[in-house]
Design a protein around this ligand. Structure first.
Ligand code: PHB
Length: 389
């Protein structure tokens, strides 16, 4: 089978790319090793920047996010027993973020692709990508026991942080992997409880960071900074609520039965370049950000916004200029998001062996940021995200 773009991975990057390409008349096939049920049923966080919601709306997949998404016009930073609101609307000229879980975005994109006659192959195995430095790369895989091969004009590697496509770019030349490991992890819970706060609370405490978030009016999502090798079994429900209350220091926390506990990986990663021959990486296959900045899904969408245009120009006019410039166009935003996520992380988390100096320096930094309009604006502009164009 011949197609214009073969897309490995049906996550936010792969599905959004396929959707945007379709809008421009470019055909694609998306393959994924997971079943549709698994993809739609894996509950993930979702904080969408204004530009991500705008792009979904403009391209006809924005109905549910506008109906069900919760628009947040600010966040609260808490330290030393006090809350400090960062008012996005006021500081960014009316922009905000929308809380809308990733699996809901995926459901919307899958439904739209299928309604538009799109080709998504779920549950494939034995994926092999070949010939990316030639003129006609291929993607081989097995589906329902039948071996298949797609001959592609271009290949998109959108297979997430457990990517195989990234490793098709030879290392150490040209591929350089930039890694940052953090000496802690996030412990996340889901609880059946009413909302504790109308807005997300990012709390600094000498015991470590805590985040109060939400999934719906009846399901809440909270996180605690823990040791990287902490086990969920070390954390009884009582200990969790106790520690959350201690760390938010004065904000009210509404408790309820906890029905999910998990420890999240926490790292920063960028692969450079994001392309090789006819292979183009997008989303977590190319970079990972720690969750503190709430940037992951937005970066995937921003990547494919750039990539879909470059691919469209390639097929429409046969020019590679925009494709060749993909990495240089996409990377500055990736690094800005890396910096923002790292900054939020370093400002709010307890480092191992933190001294009184370290702790007080962090408090002074939070004080500097929250007391000045310029400081709050810097945080707000980065949190709501810069426009795509
Ligand atoms: C979440 O709701 O899971 C969430 C929200 C904001 C973050 C990270 C995670 O920065």
């Amino acid at each position: 089978m011949q197609i214009q773009v073969g897309i490995v991975g049906a996550g936010p990057a792969g599905l959004m790319l396929s959707h945007l390409l379709h809008q421009h008349g470019v055909d694609s096939v998306v393959i994924d090793t997971r079943s549709r049920e698994e993809i739609e049923g894996t509950i993930r966080a979702g904080v969408l920047e204004q530009s991500s919601v705008d792009l979904m709306t403009e391209t006809g997949v924005g109905d549910r996010v506008r109906q069900l998404g919760m628009v947040h016009e600010g966040i609260e930073l808490r330290f030393c027993g006090r809350g400090h609101r960062i008012d996005f609307t006021d500081l960014t000229g009316g922009r905000g973020v929308t809380i809308y879980p990733q699996h809901e975005v995926l459901k919307d994109l899958i439904a739209k692709r299928l309604a538009d006659g799109g080709d998504i192959r779920f549950g494939v195995s034995g994926v092999q990508v070949k010939g990316i430095t030639g003129d006609a790369p291929t993607i081989g895989f097995t589906q329902d026991g039948v071996e298949q091969e797609l001959t592609c004009g271009l290949v998109a590697g959108c297979d997430g942080s457990r990517t195989m496509t990234r490793y098709l770019i030879p290392s150490p030349e040209p591929r350089q992997d930039h890694f940052r490991q953090y000496p802690f992890a996030w412990f996340g819970i889901l609880a059946e409880a009413p909302r504790s706060s109308d807005e997300l609370i990012y709390a600094h405490h000498r015991n470590g960071f805590a985040l109060i978030s939400t999934r719906s009016a009846t399901v809440q999502r909270h996180y605690l900074q823990v040791e990287p090798n902490d086990n969920v079994h070390d954390w009884s429900d009582d200990r969790i609520w106790q520690e959350l209350r201690t760390r938010v220091d004065g904000a009210e926390i509404k408790e309820g039965p906890i029905f999910s506990k998990s420890v999240l990986p926490f790292r920063s990663f960028v692969c450079e370049p994001m392309q090789h021959g006819r292979l183009f990486l997008a989303g977590d296959a190319a970079h990972t950000v720690p969750p503190t900045g709430a940037k992951g899904m937005n970066l995937a969408i921003a990547d494919v916004h750039v990539l879909s245009r470059a691919m469209t120009r390639f097929f429409a006019a046969g020019v590679r200029t925009a494709l060749d410039a993909y990495t240089d166009t996409a990377l500055p935003r990736v690094w800005r998001a890396q910096h923002f996520s790292w900054w939020m992380t370093s400002m709010l988390h307890r480092m191992p062996e933190a001294s009184g100096f370290d702790l007080n320096r962090q408090i002074a930094e939070l004080d500097t940021v929250t007391r000045s309009r310029a400081g709050r604006t810097l945080l707000a502009e980065n949190y709501v995200g810069t426009p795509f164009d």
